[in-house]
Ligand binder design. Sequence first.
Ligand SMILES: [Zn+2]
Length: 118
Amino acid sequence: MDLNYFRQKLEEERARLENQLKSIGRIHPGTPGDWEPQKPEFNAQTSDENEMADVFEEFQTDASIEVALETQLNEVKAALKRLDEGTFGTCIEDGKPIEPERLEANPAAARCVEHTAQ
Ligand SMILES: [Zn+2]
């Protein structure tokens, strides 16, 4: 298996996810490495109720995207860690090799098909 190939793919994916996270969130001040969605900005003096509802709705959407991106980012980071530890490409449940076509489609895959809960 060409580990450098997967490392490169994972590094690219990490950069892509971090850029997306930066556009909608910021690094949690208390816990570096954790992200949180940007707080909505609006002026309570001049915003009417509808405006505030819109801003809040947008914040909710950003928050759910943020959570999904962060989950993906954590999976990519975990895969990079497995690369460093020499366990990349094996199922974290049973240690069996993960199907190559599966890794090709998703280099961050941590489980073989059998152990992937759908
Ligand atoms: Zn397995």
